[in-house]
Design a binder for this molecule. Sequence first.
Ligand SMILES: Nc1ncnc2c1ncn2[C@@H]1O[C@H](COP(=O)(O)OP(=O)(O)OP(=O)(O)O)[C@@H](O)[C@H]1O
Length: 396
Amino acid sequence: MEVVMFKAFLIKYGEIGVKGKNRYLFEDALVNQIKFALKEVEGEFAVTKVDGRIYVQAQSEFDYDETVDALKRVFGIIGICPMVQIEDNGFDDLAATVVEYFKQTYKNMNFTFKVNARRARKNYPLDSMQLNAELGHVLLEAFPELKVDVHKPDVLLQVEIRQQINIYSIEIPGPGGMPVGTNGKAMLLLSGGIDSPVAGYMIAKRGVKIDATYFHAPPYTSERAKQKVVDLAKLVARYSGPITLNVVDFTEIQLYIYDQCPHDELTIIMRRYMMKIAEELANRSDCQGLITGESIGQVASQTIKSMYCTNEVCTMPVFRPVIGFDKQEIVDLSEKIGTYETSIQPFEDCCTIFVAKHPVTKPNLNVIRKSELKLAEKIDDMVRKAIDTVEKIEIN
Ligand SMILES: Nc1ncnc2c1ncn2[C@@H]1O[C@H](COP(=O)(O)OP(=O)(O)OP(=O)(O)O)[C@@H](O)[C@H]1O
């Protein structure tokens, strides 16, 4: 689309509008997230909050498509309206701009329209009704194929008389949700798979800031496998904002469990230690919850009984946003958010390397606890060491 005229966007936001006195906190978080998202777009932008509305105004040359794509990743936005903003140079100038706006925005004029003018500034010489009628008339003269429909127009042209004049008619859907930073913080257990990046995306969408923890088992898992997780964290951060990624060296613990415990219980016991360590890291970085990509019944370690056993080691709430999704639904979402291609890169995961041929699908908590007694001597030191030597990678 030829969009030479669009130099600004009106940002529409939904749920955050209903938060009463907290409204400004939500708006400020939204402004911050918009600024963060626009950092990777070429061009300078001013993001401002004026009279309870948020505007993005280009201050230099900019790439329209990239800008819209970046805004589509900001949770809390329900609509992105590309806008023409002009100074008030009298009605004739406004009428000419509206005609030019139609010419540049629509290829053919075989549609119905309605003008919806609003005056926030009452000293404008025409009132809203007069503006609607006059601008409608001007457009019909300029484009005789156009038709007016005041009930169900194909195109609703908004003309807002404020300090400046805003002209817009297109609303590109945003992602919805709430601005990140308005709903606490949680720790995502991020593996290299398909599910956990999607889980992180879904919780961030509700306004939750995210940190991540990855369990790495060198040399059984390669540097490349770790890089894949860093890449996934970067992709999630495009929506969630900056992420601190904790890389835990899990090798010693895994080998020890492998040595001491029945192999059909390995996955469950490893998972329990992952949850324990993730919870401790979460506490240290002020998180109020853990996030995993588990979905009921997907694999042996994700039966309800298995989750009952892994959940038991932590007191923090564990959020499993894809719990009721089929695999294909998770895949669809991962394609939509752009993590799928990276997730399917074939690099080994620590769980798949140490996995038993026939893992228990109905673990008994008492049996698992008994097996873990064999670890008692050394495991606490190992856990402490894993936490103390964690590598922190800042994704921003
Ligand atoms: N190496 C790891 N580091 C961090 N978290 C992990 C790791 N392995 C598993 N998890 C967490 O446990 C969840 C279940 O893992 P599992 O390997 O059973 O499932 P999965 O379906 O392959 O999930 P994913 O696609 O997210 O890897 C993951 O979604 C993730 O949250």
